[in-house]
Design a protein around this ligand. Structure first.
Ligand code: HSE
Length: 286
């Protein structure tokens, strides 16, 4: 059995902790023979090989009775870069428990479990459903809308350094002034309405005017301003900090993508990912 889970890009500017998009990089696990102890074969730096691995911890949390297996884990999702690598492992762990213990979980059940573990739904929801997901999680109550993301090129600039979500959340304010919160939420409303109606010009302008988190986090990602400026030269709809960063995502018309990537490559020769929207979410193959 094989389980595949897409990477995700959360926030999309002002959709802080609420909006996320599945993209075409994947965590893949293959479940092999039963063993006496969990054995996770992989080549990811700093990730445990035994049952302390987040994949197994999550699976055992959902179904403590499942038997140990030999598992192969391969991921092309950069770690600690704002592309939902740990959410993908949590979703894979839930699916592993679902399959091994034959729990028949619905996607909404999986979302509920994953959100409780993660604390917010913006990465785990698109990892489960694919596409664009707009969600809220208040007093343990989850609401979500899954929608088709408009056709666009997605270019991720992935810096060589890691940024832990916990560190990136520490620079955020404890409180927002009421007027500021109203302005910030009006920007988020336009961003979401633009995405849902396919108006990328309008959505992109709002996505680039976030007031919830990007103003505070920009100092952690010094390349951000230069990439946004370069994007504007190439007709980008939006440039935003992917999740908690440090990846910077640019949305632009498909015919501008190649020129933008080559200009970006000249200016900042780190990893650049040419992505598309994943429209499927978590999947299982026998
Ligand atoms: N919404 C989260 C954040 C995503 O920006 O901190 C990363 O977990």
């Amino acid at each position: 059995m094989k389980i595949s889970v897409p990477a995700t890009s959360a926030n999309l500017g002002p959709g802080f902790d609420s909006v996320g998009l599945a993209v075409t990089c994947y965590l893949r696990i293959e479940v092999l023979e039963e063993t006496n102890q969990w054995m996770i074969e992989h080549d990811l730096a700093g990730v445990p090989f035994d049952e302390t691995n987040l994949l197994i911890q999550t699976a055992l949390n959902v179904a403590p009775e499942i038997h140990p297996h030999h598992i192969k884990m391969v991921s092309d999702i950069p770690l600690a870069r704002g592309l939902g690598s740990s959410s993908s492992v949590i979703v894979a762990g839930i699916e592993l428990a679902n399959q091994l213990a034959q729990l028949n979980l619905s996607d909404d059940d999986k979302l509920s479990i994953a959100t409780k573990i993660e604390g917010h739904p913006d990465n785990v929801a698109p990892a489960i459903f694919g596409n664009l997901v707009v969600a809220s999680y208040i007093n343990q109550e989850l609401n979500k809308i899954v929608a088709d993301f408009p056709e666009t090129a997605l270019v991720a600039y992935v810096p060589a350094y890691e940024l832990k979500t916990s560190d990136s959340r520490q620079v955020l304010p404890q409180e927002l002034d009421f007027k500021e919160a109203v302005l910030a939420s009006s920007v988020a409303n336009i961003a979401v309405a633009g995405l849902l109606t396919g108006d990328l010009e309008m959505a992109g302008r709002a996505m680039s005017q976030d007031r919830f988190h990007e103003p505070y986090r920009q100092k952690l990602v010094p390349e951000f301003a230069a990439i946004r400026e370069l994007g504007q030269k190439y007709g980008a709809y939006a440039t935003y900090l992917s999740g908690a960063g440090p990846t910077v995502m640019t949305l632009l018309p498909k015919d501008k993508k190649a020129d933008f990537i080559s200009a970006l490559n000249k200016e900042l020769p780190d990893m650049i990912l040419d992505l598309e929207v994943d429209r499927k979410g978590v999947s299982v193959d026998d």
